[in-house]
Design a protein around this ligand. Structure first.
Ligand SMILES: C[S@@+](CC[C@H](N)C(=O)[O-])C[C@H]1O[C@@H](n2cnc3c(N)ncnc32)[C@H](O)[C@@H]1O
Length: 297
């Protein structure tokens, strides 16, 4: 395993970039730019090669493991809910064991004051929450991401699922994590129409699902909206932090790092098609910062 010198990462931009390029796991990166690396690989293999205590924040949107031939509604049409082979459940115990491996690895590579966000639905979030606690993470919040434009429920036999849960946890109970409280309080997030001027940000976030404009380079079935990841990064990281996404999908976390600016991002995605569309997205965004951190502080 490579030893990474993270001592000067806040002051030495250049050193960080070269440190990131040293993170060479089993394969060469699929894509590498100044502040963004994407591996087309199984995250379990890549994570095992990342030095311990080296990552500031992890955003993980693991497989929901719900693709078992159900139906949903899209644009008024009944469509199969199957998202891909990667989203099929292998049964309760095997799913739990899978989540345990990557969560354990995430704990090892996080800095003591580092935090992890896990996004999920009732299909997987309870297993992940249980494992966070079992692995001695300290849970900070469970945020409800409310989707005002969620698809209707076709069976009409239970409530329409219209939110996902985001667990936010710190590696060490006593360490001091990053929370940009003032930015969140005063930040201009137009999606939150109910937010009052200068009020504390609450744990229910109103954010529509990713629109067509976020899918111009291809579609990922569970793509998160850019504004959700922008908010997470603005809330829980600072300039020059290293952010890792072990299930990067259509590259929303990388795109948000580019959008916010000043962060480093390591993405891992097992499906080459999703890597391809992520890179097209990154190339299109590179060089233009869409959200300025400074304007929110
Ligand atoms: C829920 S999606 C993530 C979506 C992503 N947050 C986005 O906004 O596009 C999960 C992704 O994990 C990938 N995946 C599944 N198992 C994996 C593994 N073992 N290693 C790396 N990626 C994996 C899937 O191909 C899928 O793209």
């Amino acid at each position: 395993m490579i030893k990474l010198n993270m001592g000067n990462n806040k002051n030495n931009f250049e050193e960080l970039i070269s440190n990131l390029s040293m993170l060479k796991p089993t394969k060469e990166p699929y894509y590498y730019s100044d502040n963004l690396i994407l591996y087309n690989d199984n995250c379990l293999e890549v994570l095992a090669n990342i030095p311990e205590n080296s990552i500031d924040m992890i955003f993980a949107d693991p497989p929901y493991l719900l693709s078992n031939n159900g139906f949903t509604c899209q644009n008024g049409r009944r469509v199969a809910v199957n998202k891909g082979k990667w989203d099929q459940s292998n049964g309760f115990e095997e799913d739990l064991a899978f989540h345990n491996v990557w969560i354990t690895e995430c704990r090892r590579i996080l800095k003591p004051e580092g935090t992890i966000w896990i996004s999920g639905t009732y299909h997987n979030i309870y297993q992940c929450g249980y494992l966070l606690q079992k692995n001695n993470f300290h849970i900070l919040n469970d945020v409800a991401w409310f989707k005002p434009n969620a698809a209707p429920n076709l069976s009409c036999r239970f409530f329409t699922a219209s939110h996902e849960t985001l667990l936010w946890a710190r590696k060490e109970k006593k360490a001091k994590h990053t929370f940009n409280y003032e930015s969140m309080k005063n930040g201009c997030f137009p999606e939150d129409k109910i937010k009052k001027e200068n009020a504390q940000m609450r744990s229910v976030w109103h954010i529509p699902t990713a629109g067509k404009d976020e899918k111009e380079f291809g579609r990922h079935p569970t793509q998160k909206p850019l504004s959700l990841l922008n908010r997470i990064i603005l809330a829980s990281t600072k300039a020059e932090d290293i952010i890792l996404d072990p299930f990067s999908g259509g590259g929303t976390t990388g795109a948000a790092c580019l959008s916010v600016g000043g962060r480093y991002c390591i993405g891992i995605e097992i499906d080459r098609e999703y890597c391809k569309l992520s890179v097209e997205k990154f190339r299109n965004m590179q060089g233009r910062s869409l959200v300025s951190f400074e304007t929110l502080t």
